[in-house]
Design a protein around this ligand. Structure first.
Ligand code: RIB
Ligand code: CA
Length: 318
């Protein structure tokens, strides 16, 4: 039985590959895509989600725009990593994507999707958690229709935007706190796990060898992403953070998990947005989050390359 999923994202290079993976693999039923301000403005992340759906030949999944700013404060962008468009690398052209913008806002689309689906749905947020938190606050009656939340964000150790805080959590710490204290089952893939899956030249060569329009687009995305991660962080290859979420849903054996209490720092002068993961059980807080730890890296990349192959073949025929 395929896992029914809603992706809530801020494309973003790694979000884009998560959309491809969810679209390609039969173990996932992609019901809807919603967008949030994060890597770029809401307008740009939403246009990017539609562009990726176009490239993937994904014309039957609704795309709706969510919140353009966090619960408190101003949006924080990541233009230094994802570029002016939020998905720099390919020449996207000036035209509108074929995939339309759904007339509903993100919360309405998520609500409609949850109410319409016969079984509870897994929410997969890979950007700031503003949309998800707003949904939980506005529609507590929908909680029974949410199977679990599988998110990319946080870290068991250092941050990437401040020394303490990872980008998605730092963009909206209050939203992250609402999600992590919601009582819903949460699985968290933080930087400690996502930094294990770096798109090395060998991975890029495997994708290039597929030789389809989609694979060429993916190479352009990864080439740009590699350049910015080298420039900003000195990484030898860029970590493809977000697809750990869908990869986990496809094959739960791919990434080891530990159950731990996870708290979000909301008030620290230097630590606001940090995820404090009690791996040693010293806080007395009941462990309530499944935290991703060790990744089967070859197995992960096999999923990514196969997704690009499957979708690339499908779209190359059209
Ligand atoms: O810190 C990495 C996360 O922030 C990823 O989800 C990336 O796409 C950005 O949203
Ligand atoms: Ca993201």
């Amino acid at each position: 039985m395929a896992v029914p999923v809603i992706l809530d994202c801020d494309p973003g290079h790694d979000d884009a590959f998560n959309i491809l993976l969810a679209a390609a693999h039969p173990a996932v039923e992609l019901l809807a895509i919603t967008t949030v301000a994060g890597n770029q403005s809401l307008e740009k992340t939403t246009l990017n989600a539609r562009r990726v759906c176009d490239a993937a030949g994904l014309d039957d999944v609704p795309v709706a725009a969510g919140r353009d700013s966090p619960l408190h404060g101003r949006p924080r962008l990541a233009e230094d990593i994802h570029g002016r468009t939020g998905l720099d690398g390919p020449g996207w052209g000036a035209g509108e994507p074929r995939v339309p913008l759904d007339p509903r806002d993100a919360l309405t689309l998520i609500r409609d999707t949850l109410l319409a689906h016969p079984v509870p749905v897994t929410l997969v947020p890979t950007g700031p958690l503003t949309n998800i938190a707003t949904l939980l606050l506005a529609h507590p009656e929908l909680t029974p229709r949410i199977e679990r939340i599988v998110l990319m964000g946080g870290s068991t150790d250092r941050g990437n935007t401040t020394p303490a805080a990872e980008f998605n959590i730092l963009c909206d710490p209050e939203a992250a706190d609402i999600v992590l204290t919601s009582g819903l089952p949460v699985t968290m893939f933080g930087l400690n796990a996502t930094h294990q899956v770096r798109a090395t030249p060998d991975v890029v060569a495997r994708i290039a060898a597929l030789d389809t329009p989609l694979s060429r687009l993916c190479v352009e995305l990864l080439t740009f992403f590699a350049a910015t991660y080298r420039e900003v962080y000195g990484f030898d290859a860029p970590p493809l953070h977000d697809p750990l979420t869908v990869a986990h849903l496809i094959d739960p054996s791919l990434i080891s998990l530990v159950r731990a209490a996870v708290s979000v720092e909301l008030t620290g002068t230097y630590t606001r947005g940090a995820t404090v993961v009690d791996l040693d059980g010293v806080t007395g807080v009941a462990p309530h989050v499944d935290v991703g730890m060790e990744v089967d890296v070859p197995g992960f990349w096999d999923l990514i390359v196969e997704a690009v192959r499957v979708l690339g073949t499908r779209t190359d025929e059209t």
